[in-house]
Design a protein around this ligand. Structure first.
Ligand code: SF4
Length: 390
């Protein structure tokens, strides 16, 4: 795959239905300056009543989160949606792959709506089906394909989840990646894992929780011929990490950890496993967004925390826990730009259209992809035991 296959699109402009980048908004949005936006959102939601269920990811803006019926990470929200079969419309305040997962896990009668289709995920975009199929063929050429179990992070498109379902693999979250790797390595003697699309979650889980050596991990670069790896390197590896990352969590750096430790002696550094391995090595605690929230809730008053995850969540935790000092693990303001696409004007636009009988920005997954993706999701739901972290 060449760079020509991945044209850059300004956010919200142009069409690229095969990518997480979505399309431009097809309607007239209310002005962001409209002083009645909150009242309009409330009125539209009330008019829809039990017919609508609004999901809010932890990384969403406060102006949107206030209208969420439930909040959570992507997997919890998809399960919450599946537990509300009476809700005709699921409005997903999150990004595109999350809406796809909700569509897969809900009934065909339920319609999943993403208020702005330009709310994609740059990490999910880093693994596209054609690239992954090319890598799979190269693994056959290297004589290892039969040994490889594909494991994809929840943060991937539905067709990557379906690829894993078709090829004996499964989905994982940041809470259960270690259990998923245990399952994958137990599939066959000398098994190898192809971990998609986040190299950092794959590496951190393999090395820090499974005891796999850094020298047993290789990185498959989809933009290099043969992934940039020789057949011998593929044959020696236990973990084949896809060269993808989160543009938000990839920003956190070791020098800021050192700087904050010097400034706040006794500070606790708490990071998400999508951070770089060197940053995780310097942290005191690592875990999913749910783990980060619970850790801060359980922390003693007066303690000091530096948190390495998306800024909307860090700000909300700081506001909710004024008895603790909570700082962001970056010198700059850094929101997830695509998560932030879902703002109050888009939410009002989506809710008012639904209330007037027009379904806008529906996200659907085709039946074949859905069936295969469901296999991979079901394998995750059936995983035995608890995370090594629990
Ligand atoms: S925070 Fe990272 S992984 Fe999550 S939606 Fe944004 S880019 Fe994707």
């Amino acid at each position: 795959m060449s760079l020509v296959d991945l044209p850059l699109l300004p956010l919200g402009k142009g069409r690229d239905l095969d990518a997480e980048r979505g399309v431009e908004c097809p309607g007239d949005l209310p002005a962001a300056s409209d002083p009645d936006l909150v009242a309009r959102a409330r009125a539209a939601k009330e008019a829809l009543g039990e017919r609508v269920f609004v999901l809010g990811h932890h990384y969403q803006r406060d102006e949107v989160i206030q209208f969420a019926d439930v909040t959570g990470d992507s997997f919890k929200l998809a399960r919450d949606a599946a537990a509300r079969p009476d809700a005709e419309f699921i409005v997903f305040c999150g990004v595109h792959f999350m809406a796809e997962s909700a569509d897969i896990l809900t009934s065909p009668d339920q319609q999943v709506v993403l208020p702005d289709l330009a709310a994609g995920c740059s990490m999910a975009d880093m693994a596209r089906l054609r690239q992954v199929e090319d890598a799979w063929d190269a693994m056959a050429d290297a004589g290892i394909q039969d040994l490889v179990v594909p494991v994809t992070y929840m943060n991937s498109s539905a067709d990557i989840k379906a690829f894993c379902g078709r090829n004996g693999g499964l989905v994982c979250t940041s809470s259960n990646a270690d259990v998923a790797l245990d399952w994958a390595f137990a599939r066959k003697p000398d098994a190898k894992v192809l971990f998609l699309p986040d190299q950092h979650l794959g590496r951190n889980t393999a090395v820090l929780q499974m005891g796999i050596g850094l020298d047993e991990c290789v990185v498959w670069d989809p933009l290099q011929p043969g992934g940039g790896l020789s057949a011998e390197e593929l044959q020696r590896a236990r973990m084949i990490l896809w060269k993808g990352h989160c543009s938000v969590h990839g920003r956190f750096s070791e020098d800021v950890v050192d700087e904050l430790r010097a400034k706040h002696p006794g500070i606790n550094v708490l990071v998400h496993p999508e951070c770089k391995h060197e940053v995780v090595l310097k942290a005191d605690l690592v875990g999913s967004t749910e783990f980060i929230i619970k850790t801060i809730e359980a922390a003693e008053p007066g303690t000091v925390w530096a948190i390495g995850t998306e800024l909307n969540l860090v700000k909300r935790l700081a506001d909710a826990h004024p008895d603790k000092t909570i700082v962001f693990l970056d010198r700059n303001v850094c929101y997830c730009s695509t998560m932030n696409r879902i703002d109050l004007p888009h939410l009002v636009w989506a809710l008012e259209n639904l209330a007037s009988g027009t379904v806008v920005n529906r996200v659907t997954v085709d039946p074949d992809t859905e069936a295969d993706a469901l296999v991979a999701l079901q394998r995750m739901l059936d995983l035995p035991g608890k995370s090594h972290r629990d």
